[in-house]
Design a protein around this ligand. Structure first.
Ligand code: ZN
Ligand code: ZN
Length: 274
């Protein structure tokens, strides 16, 4: 089947319509969302990274039926953790449009908050996810060993989640899926030099992968250099299908099911969008 004949059915499990770069003017979000719908993206998870972006993610999820939200504090901003933020996350988690806690985790590449503070806030938010019984969206950069150590707990094995924007080695990918977590595959999979990402995709069963754009970041080829947006998600699906040596339609169908398994609250949103 030629590509243009494939019925697109995709979920962008990680994007930032809540980011200033995706809100350049009043029509930016509705226009970008419309392009994504035309490209076959049926649902989006807008992921918070601090208090204000989490608040915006929830507002977008309440406004648009094909948007769900995740709320949490990014490791870059771990120093900003407060009891106020913690109680806000608890109240947001009661909203059925909030499908996960994230993005949370560790980032030793930029170390914008001290390592020990990042670890403390990461653990606090894992406790919180356990209390509200939601899966987690993990941001991890140059910190896989520490992150996997912290994630090795019963609640994570039970509630699961995703290691978003996968950038690790194949052995780390297998260790991640052994914890019951999915790998979030994004635009880096289309980069020629990202051989560790390609090898990770080849080594990991298809039923452990999710698709994401992380828009406005990490634009896939051939649009690298432009602002990323969810309408480019089919490029990720095509690259993953190629690496897994399966038809794009079957990669899409598997990953759709994976997304709903990972985020049970997505079920209502995806059913309504079909
Ligand atoms: Zn991230
Ligand atoms: Zn992100």
């Amino acid at each position: 089947m030629a590509n243009h004949e494939i019925l697109r059915m995709l979920i962008d499990t990680h994007c930032h319509y809540n980011h200033p770069q995706m809100n350049q003017n009043q029509s930016d979000v509705p226009d970008t969302l419309q392009r994504a719908r035309l490209a076959g993206v049926k649902a989006h998870i807008v992921v918070g990274y601090d208090l204000e972006s989490s608040r915006r993610a929830v507002a977008l999820a309440d406004k648009y039926s094909d948007i769900a939200a995740a709320v949490g504090l990014h490791p870059h901003d771990a120093s900003e953790w407060s009891t106020e933020f913690e109680s806000l996350i608890y109240s947001w988690a009661n909203n059925p449009n909030v499908v996960a806690i994230g993005e949370i985790g560790l980032d030793y590449y930029r170390n914008l908050s001290p390592k020990d503070k990042q670890q403390e806030v990461f653990k606090r938010q894992l406790d919180l996810a356990e209390h509200v019984q939601l899966p987690v969206i993990i941001h991890c950069r140059e910190a896989y060993d520490d992150a996997l150590g912290i994630l090795n707990r019963e609640s994570v094995k039970k509630l699961g989640g995703v290691m978003h924007c996968w950038a690790g080695e194949p052995e780390q990918a297998l260790a991640t899926v052994r914890l019951g977590m999915f790998l979030g595959i994004g635009g880096t999979s289309t980069y020629v030099k990202a051989t560790n990402v390609h090898a990770s995709i080849e080594a990991t069963p298809l039923d452990c992968l999710l698709f994401e754009t992380d828009a406005p970041y990490l634009t896939p080829m051939p649009f690298r250099g432009k602002r990323n947006e969810p309408s480019y998600l089919p490029l990720v699906a095509e690259r993953v299908a190629e690496l897994k040596r399966v038809p794009v339609s079957s990669a899409q169908a598997s990953v759709w099911n994976n997304s709903v398994r990972c985020f049970p609250r997505l079920q209502c949103i995806t059913e309504a969008s079909l």
